[in-house]
Ligand binder design. Sequence first.
Ligand code: FMN
Length: 156
Amino acid sequence: MQKLITQAVPTGVHVVTVRTKEKVNGMTAAWVTQVSFKPPMIAVAIAPPRLTHGLIKEAGYFCINALPEDQIDLAKHFGYKSGRKKDKMKGVKFTNAMKGSPVLDAAYAYVECELQDVFTAGDHDIFVGSVVDVAVMKEDAAPLIFHWDDFFGGSK
Ligand SMILES: Cc1cc2nc3c(=O)[nH]c(=O)nc-3n(C[C@H](O)[C@H](O)[C@H](O)COP(=O)(O)O)c2cc1C
């Protein structure tokens, strides 16, 4: 069923980055969307077991890094292993957004948000943030679209 839902509700593939006093981390997220126009607000669904879940609550900010179509390996790098087990930022080039969240060199655009609310939806929590910083670095980039089989080939 998940494969069908992914086809019916297409999304891009992003890396959600965060910086606390002690740690920088990123995780791949497909479930990202804008949810308010005025003020501009973004929502991302993050499951409670993710390290990023607690880090964003601590930091109060997060950054959505939009990946271009040739960055599937980077999406796997940030999406298959937790920052609890591995320093995923090691060897990954990044700069900082206005509030200090990492902006990956590989991203074609980013939007940094200040956390406003967290709502539970089933087994994920929806983090809603207001936009504090946004930029498009590569205007002509094609986004990486989330195709279930590209990442989770065996299970449907
Ligand atoms: C393509 C792809 C999309 C993903 N989308 C999400 C998502 O939207 N929300 C989520 O909680 N996890 C998602 N994940 C899983 C997390 O990226 C994964 O559990 C990651 O290891 C969590 O890292 P962390 O523990 O360092 O935060 C996705 C993984 C992949 C490969």
